[in-house]
Design a protein around this ligand. Structure first.
Ligand SMILES: [Cu+2]
Length: 150
């Protein structure tokens, strides 16, 4: 989220030319304010690949906000006919090194390779991961999408 925030800030800087100093200053203040109030949360659409060359795409439907139920799509960009034991879950890595999950997601298959994941509840601020795991032809596949929730 921080990364996307700075990316947006960069775009804002590029869009507003140097003559519009006041406008630029205003947009920076506004974005900083939204960010500090924790009401700004960026959508996500990322493709994650593993060392075997298989990929999954994760696309948020709602924004990912702490203590609010979120939902997202997971699309397997692999040969899905032989995929078994699909697991999609949230994982948190705490500052002290402790790790934990959450209540299970509600997962609905929309297509053979596309899944709707609901009831994703990020219970606290910090470093989160969306984990996708499955087996395909006797091999295990694991994907990790990192998220920082402020
Ligand atoms: Cu935690």
């Amino acid at each position: 989220m921080i990364f996307i925030y700075f990316k947006l800030l960069y775009i804002a800087f590029k869009l507003i030319n140097d003559e519009d100093r006041e406008l630029k200053r205003l947009s920076v203040v506004l974005m900083a304010l939204l960010y500090s109030l924790n009401v700004w949360s960026a959508p996500l659409k990322e493709t994650t690949c593993n060392e075997k060359g298989a990929c999954v795409e994760i696309e948020s439907i709602t924004d990912f906000v702490v203590k609010k139920e979120s939902s997202f799509y997971v699309t397997l960009l692999d040969n899905v006919e032989s995929v078994q034991d699909l697991k999609i879950y949230l994982w948190m890595i705490m500052p002290g090194g402790h790790e934990h999950g959450t209540a299970p997601l509600k997962i609905t298959a929309l297509e053979a390779n596309k899944f709707l994941c609901e009831k994703a509840l990020f219970v606290m601020k910090g470093k989160w991961q969306i984990k996708v795991e499955y087996k395909n032809k006797g091999q295990e596949y694991k994907f990790v999408q990192n998220l920082i929730l402020e």
